[in-house]
Write a protein of this length. Structure first.
Length: 173
């Protein structure tokens, strides 16, 4: 069996640089959208979620509870990184990246459709926490993928450079 079929043709330095820039830009844009979602949710937690999902408690406790649901998303990120890292190695990283984007988008969409405490009672904050858990898992999987993939591609061009440090080096060219 020959290994010739498995060895990629050498790319020119310009093609490699273009490919790395494309990967870095797509990683940054995708992650920026996900973090923007977290920013919007944090703002909504401070302004309206305490009234919509925790109306029976003291307003201060309602705000703390709303920010608690915000924190669930952050606590779920390592779980998402572990899950999608594991399956990314087995199934494929691009498929897992697409799944994380769908999970984040679906979670955000469903939070927008979620009935309030006044409409369905205690189920509303429970569903809110569940959806934030899903969003955190999705963001953890995407962030880990973007860091690993971007770092790997940059390190291929410049050995010894890894992670987002490699993205900063692109401006030096």
């Amino acid at each position: 069996m020959s290994i010739v079929g498995r060895v990629p043709l050498a790319e020119s330095p310009d093609e490699q640089t273009r490919e790395i820039k494309r990967i870095v830009v797509s990683s940054i844009l995708g992650t920026a959208v996900e973090w923007y979602d977290f920013l919007i949710y944090g703002t909504a937690s401070a302004l309206v979620f305490n009234k919509l999902f925790f109306p029976l408690s003291n307003p201060t406790l309602g705000t703390i509870a709303a920010f608690g649901t915000y924190g669930v998303g952050f606590l779920a990120r390592p779980l998402g990184a572990a899950i999608f890292g594991h399956f990314g190695d087995r199934v494929g990283r691009k498929a897992m990246l697409a799944m994380t984007i769908v999970i984040m988008g679906l979670g955000t969409f469903l939070v927008g459709l979620l009935p309030t405490y006044g409409q369905i009672g205690i189920l509303a904050p429970v569903l809110l926490v569940f959806l934030r858990l899903l969003q955190g898992i999705g963001l953890g999987g995407e962030w880990g993928w973007c860091r690993a993939h971007g770092g790997r591609e940059c390190a291929r061009q410049e050995p010894g450079v890894s992670g987002l440090d490699g993205t900063a080096r692109l401006s030096d060219r």
